[in-house]
Design a protein around this ligand. Structure first.
Ligand SMILES: [Zn+2]
Length: 272
């Protein structure tokens, strides 16, 4: 599943390649991807240029303008298996549901499980459709994040995954961050002091930034904008490594389920 680092890389590529380009056509294979359907989406976007690409958590919002009418804003949520390709020699397969034509430059939206959504929204950065989503984890300041989490009595693991507290941390990066911070995933924030929480906040951002630099982590079939897999996977310390030895202390990494998600941790480096 694409997480914040993968989505950030898609946003960076969209910004680099499409800013200033005009959408001249939109081919629609499967209309269900478009929240407002084919007609309304084509009407809102065709003939307009992309002037800004914004990311909030795992959402990308693209601002389309023609300088005359009010701007349109298209929000993309890749969900489980959404992918975007911009490749001259890309041959669309049956999982490509949309092809955007930017004056001859094709941009393909591919989605094997069809859970992703493209939606026209009411604001270029803070649309009401994601008003329930917390601040972006890469941007949130410590005081705000601390105020949202420090009094909570649920396991750290579940709260870091809670997109209402902060947006963008998924299963992989939560497990990695808690390992690097030396905190057991079942620990409750209310039992930690401010410095421990500051460490979790600081390390979570570092893990995300590090993964962005490496093009994200590839699981299942997530590939980047250019069709290349990310290579952060080789850096993972605990995620997906249950039963293997900890690279720091040699203990066996354990796997448990918390809030319905698999969690990997080192019982020695992350004491309960
Ligand atoms: Zn260890």
């Amino acid at each position: 599943m694409p997480e914040l680092p993968e989505v950030e890389n898609v946003a960076l590529a969209l910004r680099a390649h499409l800013t200033g380009r005009r959408l001249t056509d939109l081919h629609i294979g499967y209309e269900g991807i478009l929240r407002q359907g084919a007609r309304a989406t084509r009407k809102a976007l065709i003939g307009r240029c992309i002037d800004r690409v914004h990311r909030h958590g795992k959402y990308i919002i693209i601002n389309f303008s023609d300088g005359v009418q009010p701007d349109s804003h298209l929000m993309i949520h890749l969900r489980m298996t959404g992918q975007i390709f911009i490749l001259d020699d890309y041959i669309p397969d049956k999982h490509v549901h949309l092809t955007f034509d930017f004056e001859g430059l094709p941009v393909h939206y591919r989605d094997v499980r069809k859970f992703g959504r493209l939606e026209l929204v009411d604001h270029p950065e803070h649309p009401s459709a994601i008003a329930h989503v917390g601040p972006d984890m890469l941007l949130v300041r410590f005081r705000e994040w601390y105020g949202r989490i420090s009094h909570r009595r649920a396991p750290m693991k579940a709260l870091l995954l809670d997109q209402g507290i902060a947006s963008g941390l998924g299963n992989i990066y939560v497990d990695e961050s808690l390992f690097l911070a030396g905190i057991h995933p079942l620990t409750k924030p209310v039992d930690l002091d401010e410095e421990d929480l500051r460490e979790v906040w600081r390390i979570s951002k570092r893990v995300l930034r590090n993964s962005i630099k490496h093009g994200g982590t590839t699981f299942m079939d997530f590939k980047d904008f250019y069709g290349k897999p990310g290579n952060f996977r080789s850096q993972l310390k605990v995620y997906g490594r249950a039963g293997q030895g900890c690279s720091r202390c040699g203990s066996t990494i354990e796997g448990i389920r918390i809030a319905g998600r698999s969690s990997c941790f080192c019982p020695e480096c992350q004491p309960g």
